[in-house]
Design a protein around this ligand. Structure first.
Ligand code: GAP
Length: 476
């Protein structure tokens, strides 16, 4: 089904351990870093903390710290830029988390968004039937109940008087907010098909099993595109979006050998899907889903038209025909992408006999772009260092750090993936030049303060960090 220039041959379903192997992963290839190291780095450097930690935490809930919030925002922005801003066939949307309950009946989530659940009669732990081999509880070997279907949507009630309040659900995907607004967008945007509608926002699923840090949580953030096309062109567009999405991860620094495509087997497809590919990443627990790209056909528009009574079609004025569009849906998790970017960037190296931990993040994803580091906390250096910081911070996310030794400060910045450190030393007071140190090569160049911004801007856009060439131009 995929064209010859598709980046990878699709992997068969047989390569997956179980219908949803995402918790344990496919261990056919060992990952290079274990999850504990990532969790520990995230805590140590203010990327991600356990939620409500002072109360002992809350299972599978995580909070993004000062560095994490920047990283997550950068992932979202990179997606939005490539999906919405760099194209003229996609528009954005931001719909409410709580929707009319009829939406979930029409979408099939009330009937079909379920997992088979087993409960241990002794320890009362709950298991997904798919994850259990044999008849006994994996924890205590107790007897298990018969499987029952467990709906993954979180329920709540809307309205101040409990008895009169209606049951509503927290959305389990952002996609439905897009489908129910299809007509609004088509009539107001004056765009023709093919047309995509993109949305980023929180989704909620009462997963039976969670774990592997932020890989599978009950509250997470979706980045979803619903791309509406003419029926008959859908297979072509599915191929197109599989390739686009795969390339997005590679462009942002994920190594190709850590990504693969996997086509869903017919028995594995979601109730709405005609076809689906997963982009899998080699997480520490094995190959697991990073993103799904599905051909949803006309399922959703037909269902919403039927249940709402509102016709949801498209009139192609040029061809003079009317049809219900098919939908191609690339659906990714922000948190799961953050995790993949962190894992892929993580490295431990030896530098001058010392170990350094470094995140080789693509600079566009790095939480901090530039760190301003006076050689020491010194009353002569501080004013110039502050001046440099003030100059840079309106244009780059900049950190100012003058505590501890310069070596330690470099290590701290390496650990959060800061691509450039700018050091102000005593010579800077005389020659008005500063040193830029590059994270990956550790090369250092000296540049005049007045050219610093332009220099950093070019480097952040990918200009080579050619130390010797710049040293040669150093103004003595
Ligand atoms: N609208 C289609 C849809 O939601 P999905 O395969 O269930 O498809 C798409 O989810 C992506 O959302 C997954 O590939 C994953 O990145 C992310 N995702 C799904 N459930 C998640 C969870 N419980 N925790 C974190 N991310 C999740």
């Amino acid at each position: 089904m995929l064209n010859e220039d598709t980046p990878l041959t699709p992997v068969n379903k047989a390569d997956k351990l179980s219908p949803d192997a995402s918790e344990k992963g496919d261990l056919s290839m060992p990952a290079k870093v274990d999850m504990d190291k990532i969790v520990s780095l995230c805590k140590r450097r203010g990327l991600i903390f356990p939620s409500s930690e002072i109360y002992g935490g809350l299972a599978s809930c995580w909070d993004y710290g000062p560095m994490g919030v920047e990283l997550k925002r950068n992932v979202r922005d990179a997606w939005w830029k490539s999906i919405v801003h760099e194209r003229d066939d996609v528009v954005g949307l931001d719909t409410s988390i709580m929707m009319h309950p009829g939406v979930w009946t029409a979408s099939g989530h009330i009937d079909s968004f379920t997992d088979p659940l087993l409960e241990c009669k002794s320890c009362h732990l709950r298991w997904r039937a798919d994850d259990i081999e044999g008849q006994r509880c994996p924890k205590c070997d107790g007897e298990l109940t018969e499987p029952r279907m467990f709906n993954l949507m979180f329920k709540t009630s809307m309205g101040p008087v409990e008895e009169e309040a209606s049951t509503i659900y927290l959305r389990p995907e952002t996609a439905q907010g897009i489908f129910v607004n299809f007509d609004n967008v088509i009539t107001t945007s004056r765009k023709k098909l093919p047309l995509g509608i993109a949305q980023i926002g929180k989704s909620f699923r009462n997963e039976i099993t969670t774990g592997n840090f932020i890989f599978r949580t009950r509250e997470f953030e979706h980045m979803e595109l619903e791309y509406f096309v003419k029926p008959g062109t859908d297979e072509e567009w599915l191929d197109y979006w599989v390739k686009e999405r795969f390339d997005w991860y590679v462009k942002l620094g994920i190594r190709k050998e850590n990504l693969r495509l996997r086509q869903h087997g017919k028995d594995e497809l979601a109730h709405y899907a005609r076809d689906c590919y997963d982009i899998d990443y080699l997480f520490p627990m094995g190959w697991s889903e990073l993103e799904g790209i599905a051909n949803r056909g006309d399922f959703d528009l037909i269902q919403h038209a039927k249940h709402s009574g509102k016709e949801l079609g498209y009139y192609d004025a040029e061809a003079g025909e009317k049809y219900v569009p098919y939908v191609i849906e690339p659906s990714a998790g922000v948190d799961r992408s953050v995790l993949a970017f962190l894992i892929d960037a993580y490295d431990e190296e030896e530098v001058e006999g010392e170990k350094r931990t470094v995140l080789h993040l693509n600079p566009s994803l790095s939480p901090i772009k530039v760190a301003v580091l006076p050689l020491s906390r010194n009353e002569k250096l501080t004013p110039l260092a502050k001046e440099v910081f003030n100059k840079l911070c309106p244009n780059f996310v900049t950190d100012y750090d003058d505590s501890q030794s310069i070596g330690r400060r470099y290590r701290r910045q390496d650990e959060i993936g800061t691509p450039f450190c700018v050091t102000i030393d005593f010579e800077s007071l005389e020659d008005k030049q500063v040193t830029i140190r590059e994270r990956d090569s550790l090369a250092q160049i000296r540049v005049p303060i007045e050219k610093l911004e332009k220099n950093l801007e070019a480097k952040l856009k990918g200009e080579a960090f050619n130390a010797s060439a710049l040293w040669a131009t150093r103004e003595k």
